[in-house]
Write a protein that binds this ligand. Structure first.
Ligand code: RM4
Ligand code: MN
Ligand code: MN
Length: 388
């Protein structure tokens, strides 16, 4: 029984890899370069292909417009490595013109540039066959009195509407929020309420994107998820874990119960409504210290485990306990599923797919990482930059 539920859960669970998670990235104080890191979009796709080949649950790769494009025939390139292009991420935070914002910039010509980039990104998404555009804006201000918060809100609404008008009927735009960083006084899209209002204003194909690292400490993320589901406005996730802020640590490394509770809200919604929720599960992590492909495999495995555990909650029983306000029984019912060891069932699922039981061990045995280090090491070492 249990393993049937786990099988069914894994059959429909896929999580998208971020291309930027395979390249050398750092903290704002510097980079520790890894010889094996990807140095081009082709290498990112090749590495992502490894993660999918060993886990069987990561068929798509999110691409960042500025870091991965232009790239000749990316569709064929992805296919060569056994993956497909996933969500397209515009980049409105690196160019010098965006120092004071993109869609929220007080300069109309810069807002127009930002909109142009968004429209170009919609076209890129059409050419790669990607349904979703994931939008994260770094816009905000550092000091009180320096920005007109309401005017900027209006410019965002305008810009997002104009972008929405360019979507093909099957495309979606996902509006991500984040409370702070890089701006430290106000951020234009700081929380899920702002994302929700802007997505609703933009048009019917806009949804909210929840990045698990983009909340204040102690915020109840699963409640946000439940509300967005109820509003039919949950578009997708950027999964990662954190201890303090947007730490981008391995999913489940700090608080696996949090991830389980999020998945539980989704399973519960689907059980109650009888319809699958249309949610894009994506990873948004950058790995500075652990080997990148291994950390991505570790993440995918953690996601599968937690998704499967959450599928094991006895929802009928839980509902009965809730209706009678049997607090201890309801809570124990939820926790019971969390404590089930689903790994044997997942290993059986892997066997049924012709995958190795341990993706990590199998990847290590392949020698891919050592080969990549030999081939890419010199290029990677040349790219070290200092903070100041
Ligand atoms: C942001 C946010 C975005 C990601 C960038 C690189 O904090 O999470 O989703 O694209 O980082
Ligand atoms: Mn994100
Ligand atoms: Mn982030």
């Amino acid at each position: 029984m249990e393993s049937d539920v786990v099988f069914q859960a894994l059959e429909r669970f896929a999580i998208e890899l971020p291309s930027w998670g395979f390249a050398n990235t750092g903290t704002r104080f510097g980079k520790f370069v890894q010889d094996a890191a990807a140095t081009s979009t082709e290498e990112k796709l090749a590495d992502a292909g490894q993660v999918h080949a060993f886990t069987g649950c990561c068929p798509t790769v999110a691409l960042h417009v500025k870091w991965d494009f232009p790239c000749a025939n990316i569709r064929a390139l992805a296919a060569k490595y056994g993956v497909a292009a996933g969500s397209i991420n515009p980049n409105l935070f690196e160019d010098q013109i965006y120092k004071h914002g993109s869609l929220g910039n007080p300069d109309a010509s810069i807002r127009a540039e930002a909109l142009k980039h968004l429209i170009d990104s919609v076209e890129i998404a059409q050419s790669t066959g990607s349904r979703d555009l994931s939008l994260w804006f770094a816009d905000g201000s550092n000091f009180p009195g320096t920005a007109n918060i309401r005017a900027r809100r209006g410019w965002f609404e305008e810009g997002l509407k104009a972008m929405h008008a360019r979507l093909a009927p099957d495309q979606r735009m996902l509006v991500e929020y984040k409370p702070f960083e890089p701006a430290f006084y106000h951020t234009d899209i700081a929380d899920w309420g702002m994302s929700l209002l802007l997505a609703k204003a933009a048009g019917p194909q806009a949804r909210v994107l929840v990045d698990t690292g983009h909340h204040y400490q102690a915020q109840n993320i699963e409640q946000i998820v439940a509300w967005l589901l109820a509003e039919n406005m949950l578009g997708g996730f950027h999964f990662n874990d954190r201890r303090y802020a947007d730490d981008d640590l391995t999913l489940g490394s700090i608080d696996p119960y949090q991830v389980f509770r999020i998945f539980h809200e989704i399973h519960l919604f689907e059980w109650e409504t009888g319809a699958p929720a249309d949610i894009a599960y994506m990873i948004d992590q950058s790995h500075n210290l652990k080997p990148k492909i291994e950390e991505m495999i570790q993440t995918a495995m953690a996601a599968q485990e937690l998704f499967a555990k959450a599928a094991l909650v006895d929802l009928k029983k839980l509902a009965a306990h809730q209706s009678r306000a049997e607090l201890i029984d309801a809570e124990e019912c939820l926790k019971a599923a969390f404590s089930i060891d689903v790994r044997p069932a997942i290993r059986a699922w892997r066997r049924s797919k012709g995958l190795a039981e341990s993706p990590l061990e199998a990847f290590r045995a392949s020698g891919y990482q050592e080969r990549a280090a030999r081939e890419r090491g010199e290029r990677n070492r040349r790219s070290v930059a200092s903070y100041a």
